[in-house]
Write a new protein. Structure first.
Length: 242
């Protein structure tokens, strides 16, 4: 992912100055059945907005997803309507998971989609930054946010609600780069589906990401990390690299 840090910083500053941290800003996504979710993502203060205009790459995908869903439905009805063997395998995986327990669904979706090889946007799409739709990802793969996007919509098909899912853009302090992953709110925990690991971890086991912002189909959140927390994380990383 080639998102520039000044752009991310601007996003957070604008959100922090323009938005009011209402009750759901500190966040507690809602679980299936309407019970309160866990504590804020990775311990950061969250500022919520239902204005997605600041994320044109994401709104472009939302605008085209209905057409893609129709293509998926045609593929589900007849394999002859599927445009590749990869799409057939993806659709079969979804169908096979419909009766499975939610945590088993998370594990298998993460493992299956991580079999695609990561490709940078400039090589894959000839652009510095490009967010791929699910069918684009299945056909061409992508970088970390594209893995998160296809996992997001795969889990939506399996019955996870929009409120349970967030695509998260963060600083990876171990690798010193911007990285994206999918956060899933389920039964009082936040589970992390990551393109760099087939293991689905809870957020309490993930100490190396500092979130910039997150988004689902209706809401975006700016994340503000207490300076001391960020310093501790960076310090631990620096000491570990010596």
């Amino acid at each position: 992912m080639s998102v520039r840090y000044p752009l991310l910083l601007l996003f957070v500053i604008v959100a922090a100055s323009a938005l009011s941290p209402t009750g759901n800003a500190l966040a507690q996504g809602r679980e299936r059945g309407g019970t309160p979710g866990p504590s804020p993502l990775l311990g950061a203060v969250e500022i919520a907005s239902n204005n997605l205009a600041a994320l044109p790459q994401w709104t472009r995908i939302l605008n085209k997803i209905e057409d893609e869903k129709k293509a998926m439905e045609r593929c589900d009805v007849s394999v002859d309507a599927c445009t590749s063997a990869e799409i057939v395998a993806w659709r079969a995986m979804i169908q096979g998971l419909r009766s499975q327990a939610p945590l088993d669904q998370l594990s298998e979706v993460n493992r299956f989609l991580n079999t695609w090889s990561e490709k940078p946007d400039d090589e894959n799409y000839g652009a510095e930054e490009y967010w791929a739709s699910p069918l684009e990802f299945i056909a061409r793969s992508g970088d970390s946010e594209d893995f998160a996007i296809v996992k997001f919509f795969t889990l939506r098909e399996l019955g996870f609600t929009n409120e349970q899912l967030r695509i998260v853009v963060a600083k990876d302090v171990l690798r010193n780069k911007v990285h994206s992953f999918l956060a899933v709110y389920h039964e009082g925990e936040i589970h992390i589906l990551d393109s760099v690991s087939n293991s689905v971890l809870t957020q309490n086991d993930v100490k190396y990401y500092v979130p910039f912002y997150s988004v689902n189909e209706t809401t975006r959140w700016a994340h503000i990390v207490v300076h001391a927390q960020a310093t501790v994380a960076a310090g631990k990383t620096a000491r570990g690299a010596r």
